[in-house]
Design a protein around this ligand. Structure first.
Ligand SMILES: [Zn+2]
Length: 456
């Protein structure tokens, strides 16, 4: 075991050792409130009531009422009391009951006698991974059942991009079948996890070379790079990613066909459109875009996708960086835009959920004010830097704004590799070192923190 890996998992091992004789203290994430009671208890039988029609559990509700947020049990929350005659549960909803039963399962058949009140600090607790192909389906299902469910994640953003056997456009050569995706859907449903597919739209159509699957099949869809900045200059080492042209009338209906197939296969009520880090846009070399400014081009791209998703009844999510002024906010040219696309912010629909990503520690996070004040829900998104994640999430919670939804743990590794690391399985391909293990462990910690911030 390497020193770095040991450092990553040592806190977990120490916590396990410290709590070996105290199953209540070993619960992860820990419940919000625990009253330790005296005497013996057994787990079974379990009686469950909904908080809206509570009868037998009225005393349990009264016990905690003054300690619940606003005096009410939040969504996904539960109350639980173990006793000599079994366990009483009062749940806010189906998810609350699932969480209560999971807590009880961790405590075993003879739990300590205690009463709990538990609810999530954040409404949206999600993981984002890159695609690892259908051959990783068994690992992905285990990731959902053995890691995401216990961490109480409730959203899984799966960036499949073009790796699907699209029947509408078979020239896009993808691998996932509809029935394979259906197995992932079923695993997520069993754990109460909302599965959201993603195609990274507009930008990120490839790195410098080779073109990505869309541009391989349809090179005529590319926005020709015009070297306004070095990231858009294919002769420079700094060239970043190719884009599709949002003004080419053939692109939008084509992409909508792909999105429709993914919405159907994933049985999804939301779609993540990506749209981050777009540098090639409104090219002077593009016959369709020439004369457009970047803000107009970006706005049209966002609005066209939103209009289609709205017709499907699907919520749109997207990364937020192109909607922020990189100079005025201090975020710079990656976490913000320096070509004016941020002027699109007030001209796109307010029901888009903006995934606001910031990975390094910063003194302030102006986007946590900018997006809600513009009327958007914002989903703070973090990565592998523990201090960066802690500071951003602290700033997000300090807003005390229901439009600030929770935490999205990005990993930027593929789901199969993440699962293999966490499950102790051999890596699906060449070992890249224990950096992946640290990222995977940290992502689970972010999810636990999103349930209970003191879990860190
Ligand atoms: Zn164009």
């Amino acid at each position: 075991m390497s020193r770095a890996l040991l450092r990553a998992i040592l806190p977990v091992l120490m916590a396990m050792a410290a709590h070996a004789d105290d199953p209540l203290a070993a619960l992860s994430p820990p419940p919000q409130v625990v009253d330790r009671l005296t005497g013996a208890a057994v787990a079974l039988p379990v009686s469950v009531e909904r908080v809206q029609v509570v009868k037998a559990g009225r005393a349990l509700l009264e016990r905690f009422k003054g300690r619940l947020p606003g005096g009410t049990l939040p969504a996904e929350g539960y109350l639980l009391e173990t006793g000599p005659g079994g366990t009483a549960v009062v749940a806010a909803d189906e998810a609350g009951e699932r969480h209560a039963r999971r807590t009880l399962a961790h405590l075993g058949p003879t739990p300590p006698r205690a009463a709990f009140a538990d609810w999530p600090a954040c409404a949206w607790r999600g993981l984002h991974v890159l695609d690892s192909g259908p051959e990783s389906l068994p690992l992905l299902k285990r990731l959902v059942h053995e890691k995401l469910g216990p961490a109480r994640a409730n959203v899984f953003v799966y960036e499949i991009d073009y790796n699907f056997k699209f029947s509408s456009h078979p020239e896009i050569k993808g691998a996932w079948t509809r029935s394979q995706v259906g197995e992932l859907v079923a695993a997520c449903r069993a754990e109460g996890i909302r599965l959201i597919p993603e195609i990274n739209c507009l930008g990120h159509q490839s790195w410098k070379t080779p073109p990505g699957p869309l541009l391989v099949a349809h090179p005529e869809f590319e926005e020709p790079p015009d070297a306004k900045v070095e990231q858009a200059d294919p002769t420079k080492e700094a060239f970043y990613c190719r884009s599709w042209c949002p003004s080419n009338p053939k692109v939008h209906p084509f992409v909508c066909d792909l999105i429709d197939e993914l919405l159907d296969a994933f049985q999804a009520d939301a779609f993540h459109a990506g749209m981050d880090e777009v540098f090639v846009i409104a090219s002077t070399k593009c016959p369709f875009c020439n004369g457009l400014n970047p803000a107009d081009a970006y706005m049209h791209a966002v609005n066209d996708l939103h209009d289609h998703l709205a017709k499907r009844g699907a919520t749109m999510l997207m990364w937020g960086d192109r909607l922020l002024d990189g100079k005025a906010t201090g975020y710079g040219e990656w976490e913000g835009a320096t070509n004016g696309t941020d002027h699109a912010l007030l001209r796109i629909p307010k029901d888009i959920i903006v995934c606001d990503w910031h990975y390094e520690p910063m003194a302030t996070y102006p986007s946590l004010t900018i997006f809600p004040e513009a009327g958007f829900r914002v989903w703070p998104s973090v990565w592998k830097d523990p201090e960066g994640a802690r500071k951003f999430m602290e700033a997000a919670r300090a807003r005390k704004d229901p439009r600030v939804l929770g935490a999205l743990a990005t990993t930027w590794i593929n789901g199969g590799r993440m699962a293999a690391r966490l499950l102790g399985e051999p890596a699906v391909d060449a070992d890249r070192g224990d950096g992946e293990m640290k990222i995977a462990v940290h992502a689970l910690q972010v999810l636990a923190d999103a349930w209970h911030p003191s879990a860190r």
